[in-house]
Design a binder for this molecule. Structure first.
Ligand SMILES: Nc1ncnc2c1ncn2[C@@H]1O[C@H](COP(=O)(O)OP(=O)(O)OP(=O)(O)O)[C@@H](O)[C@H]1O
Ligand SMILES: [Mg+2]
Length: 285
């Protein structure tokens, strides 16, 4: 299995963390070090973009990392260190970064069409133009631009709602797409369909994707690069380069290299979890 090396480039990194520490509740009795001294670089690959997966046990700081990139409080600003996007220090949320969460974050009182068009409306795009764009994206995420467009979120399945959430984000063409367990609430078959959809859309928009997941399979399939995180404090324990997702999810995930990588990472995560347990509750070796 050979991996293409990224060409040398002097473009600023898509995302760079330099010795980032985030302590919640500084100076209070509840002070907690969520991530400590985290450094990583995700290159800005010209006309392509990469998908980076973030994997690790619950509480290791995956959402903290993602929300620092999004510039969302209280994660932003970091307690120390620097977070840059395309060479610029993060000052808060901005249109160059779009976020998709696990829980379906559409407006209940807006139709699918109005939900997808919302960001364009905020930008002052006129109704005919924004509705045409929104219908385009509704079709791209595999929904019916006529029939589904007039539905309200409560009339949709979980998978359909997540398609709306993706369309809402991508219609704004962000350079960086932040996804926090976007498929975590979906059944396994829908999840594989959504993975295929994400790869297809990502090829079209050529953005840099940061993808948080609890699923080792999903992280290995989607990731060009995988950051394995450890706990107490949250930190990056390993960076793995992976082949790009070139085959459909069901096909790729039955290949031997895929199984080997997944098995290895499961073992690593078990080791990380065991090391985080208080010594009194560890199994005798
Ligand atoms: N706003 C907050 N205030 C205080 N502590 C927080 C806050 N947000 C997160 N934490 C703590 O920081 C640590 C990292 O949280 P984070 O949500 O980043 O983990 P995670 O890896 O995303 O976990 P999960 O996989 O369960 O979603 C946890 O111990 C959590 O309790
Ligand atoms: Mg989380």
């Amino acid at each position: 299995m050979s991996l293409p090396e990224a060409p040398a480039t002097d473009r600023p990194a898509a995302v760079a963390f330099r010795n980032v520490t985030k302590i919640y509740g500084v100076g209070t009795p509840r002070e907690y070090v969520a991530i400590s001294d985290v450094s990583f670089t995700i290159p800005d690959v010209a006309d392509h973009g990469e998908i980076s997966s973030f994997l690790g046990p619950s509480g290791c700081g995956k959402s903290t990392v993602l929300r620092l990139v999004a510039g969302l409080a209280p994660q932003h600003p970091p307690t120390s260190g620097s977070v840059t996007v395309l060479g610029e220090q993060i000052r808060g949320p901005a249109a160059d970064r779009g976020m998709v969460f696990q829980d379906y974050t559409s407006f209940d009182n807006r139709t699918v069409l109005d939900n997808v068009a919302f960001g364009l409306e905020c930008r002052g795009v006129g109704r005919p133009e924004r509705e045409a764009e929104a219908r385009d994206w509704i079709a791209k995420v595999g929904l019916d631009p006529t029939r589904d467009a007039t539905k309200y979120p409560h009339e949709l399945s979980g998978g359909m709602r997540q398609r709306v959430a993706i369309a809402r984000t991508l219609v704004l063409r962000p350079r960086i797409i932040l996804m926090d367990e976007p498929f975590g609430a979906l059944d396994p078959a829908t999840r594989l369909d959504m993975q295929d959809l994400l790869v297809a859309l990502w090829r079209e928009v050529q953005a840099t994707v940061l993808f948080v997941t609890h699923s080792v399979e999903e992280a290995v399939y989607l990731g060009d690069r995988l950051f394995l995180m450890g706990t107490t404090p949250g930190r990056i324990v390993e960076e793995v380069r992976l082949p790009a997702a070139s085959a459909p999810a069901r096909e790729a995930q039955s290949q031997p290299w895929f199984h080997d990588q997944v098995q290895r990472l499961h073992t690593r995560i078990e080791e990380i979890e065991a090391a985080a347990l208080p010594s009194s509750s560890r199994a005798p070796s």
